[in-house]
Design a protein around this ligand. Structure first.
Ligand code: ARG
Length: 593
């Protein structure tokens, strides 16, 4: 059995940055903190693996030709043991090509590392990820699906890096709509307000729609609804209880989806902040930010104007005394800073809420609650479109229910699987088929979402996401299963491969695979900073491609030692990297499919 231990090592790019910074200090006496070594992956693999254009950027400051600067840097640059001697190209680009022996040693090291060379951060932060956040008594829709999938992946990656992550579900469980709904149910279906399980979320959504119609048409009903709001605010028991039941009904439905998707969240809905709202208004008043405008209390924003060019107000208390979405977010932000002591707060919602967050952040900053040491970021995402390029709708033109969408993904994955089994003349148990269809269907949906740059809209296509070809979950899952079948065929227990097996990167495809395997840590550092999970997807996709190329060119089981073991280790490392990477996207693997 090989001994697993945790390695501490910098990613290759970080090591090169350190080396280059040392060379810059040695050449020009530049203070370390002032310079960026500008090491990036090479834009063209023909020039090497990494490059730095720092000589060009220093030219003006040093009053020298870039090429001369590059020469001095290279003279002082000690990358022996890591790279081949550095070369200078064009006007002064420094090109670095990794030494195969170095790559071989690194691969041999990460082989025994459970974290595959990805270090935990030295100074863990306290991070809040606010995601999913559906609304009570409304159906969870495709937008919430995006938030759920993206938020979960981000949380998983940050957790893996060793941060202390609080995953918050800011559910819409408070507001005047509950008055309307409760007033309506009292007339139409009183049992729903006194017994749990009386309603399905679907019914609740229908009642909600009817209640809204009633509210818009009937003044007397509006009064009743307002009284219910007052009772709810005042904590009158039977209204409170009715509200609780409505929340529970919705929660049950959300839970089904969360279970399917393996999502874990702490619910802290809007109602949680209700008692804290008056203080928000009061403190804004104290810091002289509050202005009364037509009876409403608001803060005039900087940099936001209405169509007449006048500063836009952010209303924090309406003229009827009620609070709104923004007030709640201000209270929540404050709570997260003061009580949760968050260092970084990440909000995952559709791009349509970008202004809302920019405004809330601005007010919190001006009020002095949000200090510059704390990073708040809104992680926007685009729309999910149907194959016609329009907002995703059912055939009858309604919002697509998430449950139906996931059901269909699984059903289609099942049909694909049955066809494949038949074509291959395979027999499998019902249990196997159900499991495989579920994993493929759900991961296809997740991966299709995550593999797109979240800022853009994407077209939801079952055919594309379930395809075994291209940048899809089935393609990656298949690469993983293929490696497991090598271990079955050769009766090899990957866990028992020699711990310090020598790795040999002799063929082109071996070298390419080996280099790629060593980039995981670099990619995760990028995702941690930019919060773009599609970078990780792209990495895993390229890994599968590079593995497939290697596997086509290089016999594994049939080769002689020591090449055989080396290639088996490359297979194992690929499988473990895929498994880890996919798990960070919330996707499980299949040993067989
Ligand atoms: N419930 C909101 C919606 O469905 C999303 C809440 C996002 N989080 C927040 N802190 N505002 O659009």
């Amino acid at each position: 059995m090989k001994a697993f231990y945790f390695l501490t090592m910098n990613s290759i790019i970080e090591q090169l940055r350190i080396k280059l910074t040392q060379a810059l200090t040695a050449s020009f006496g530049l203070a370390r903190a002032d310079i960026d070594s500008m090491v990036v992956p090479a834009s063209n693999p023909n020039f090497g693996d990494y490059q730095s254009n720092v000589a060009l950027s220093l030219s003006k400051q040093l009053g020298q030709q870039p090429r001369a600067i590059a020469q001095q840097i290279v003279q002082n640059l000690d990358v022996s043991g890591i790279c081949q001697p550095p070369s200078i190209a064009g006007p002064g680009f420094i090109n670095l090509t990794l030494e195969p022996a170095y790559l071989e040693a690194q691969l041999s090291d990460i082989h025994t590392d459970l974290r595959l060379g990805v270090e935990s951060v030295a100074a863990p932060q306290s991070i809040i990820v606010d995601f999913s956040s559906p609304n009570i008594a409304k159906e969870m829709h495709v937008g919430h699906l995006r938030s759920t999938i993206i938020g979960d992946a981000i949380a998983r990656i940050l957790e893996f890096r060793g941060h202390d992550v609080l995953r918050l579900n800011h559910v819409g469980d408070w507001g005047t709509q509950f008055g309307m709904l409760i007033a309506y149910l009292r007339e139409a279906y009183p049992a729903a307000l006194t017994t749990s399980n009386a309603l399905d979320l679907g019914d609740l959504v229908t009642f909600y729609r009817q209640a809204k119609q009633r509210f818009d048409a009937d003044e007397e009903f509006q009064d009743k609804a307002r009284q219910e709001v007052v009772k709810l605010q005042a904590g009158v028991e039977d209204t409170q209880q009715a509200w609780q039941l409505l929340c529970e009904q919705s929660r049950r439905e959300f839970k089904i989806i969360y279970n399917w998707l393996d999502i874990h969240l702490t619910e802290r809905g809007e109602s949680f902040y209700n008692p804290l709202l008056p203080a928000v208004v009061k403190d804004l008043e104290k810091s002289s930010l509050l202005v009364e405008d037509a009876g409403a209390k608001c803060v005039f924003l900087e940099g936001f104007t209405n169509k007449d060019g006048k500063p836009l107000p952010l209303i924090v208390q309406k003229s009827d005394g009620g609070y709104n979405y923004a007030t709640t977010d201000l209270a929540a932000l404050r709570y997260r800073i003061e009580q949760d002591k968050a260092d970084r707060i990440i909000y995952v919602t559709d791009a349509g809420q970008a202004n809302h967050f920019a405004q809330v952040f601005q007010v919190a900053r001006r009020a002095g609650w949000l200090i510059k040491e704390i990073e708040v970021v809104h992680i926007p995402f685009g729309l999910v479109q149907g194959e016609d390029g329009k907002k995703l709708k059912t055939r009858s033109g309604e919002t697509v229910r998430l449950r139906d969408l996931l059901d269909e993904a699984i059903a289609r994955a099942r049909a694909d699987l049955e066809a494949r089994l038949q074509a291959e003349g395979r027999e499998e148990t019902e249990e196997f088929k159900a499991h495989v269809a579920q994993v493929i269907g759900l991961s296809a949906v997740k991966y299709a979402d995550l593999s797109q740059n979240r800022n853009s809209n994407y077209i939801f296509s079952f055919d594309k996401m379930l395809s075994l070809q291209g940048n899809t979950a089935p393609y990656l899952l298949y690469a993983y299963a293929r490696i497991q079948s090598i271990s079955r065929k050769g009766e090899i227990d990957f866990q028992r491969l020699e711990a310090n097996a020598k790795i040999l990167l002799q063929q082109e495809t071996e070298l390419a695979l080996g280099k790629h395997l060593l980039q995981l840590s670099e990619v995760l550092t990028d995702v941690e900073r930019d919060l773009l999970p599609n970078r990780l997807c792209q990495y895993l996709y390229e890994l599968s491609q590079k593995f497939n190329q290697f596997f086509e060119q290089c016999p594994v089981l049939w080769s002689e030692e020591p090449v055989r073991t080396s290639r088996l280790v490359l297979c194992d490392l690929t499988a473990r990297t895929l498994k880890l990477g996919l798990s960070l996207l919330g996707i499980g693997v299949l040993e067989r499919m």
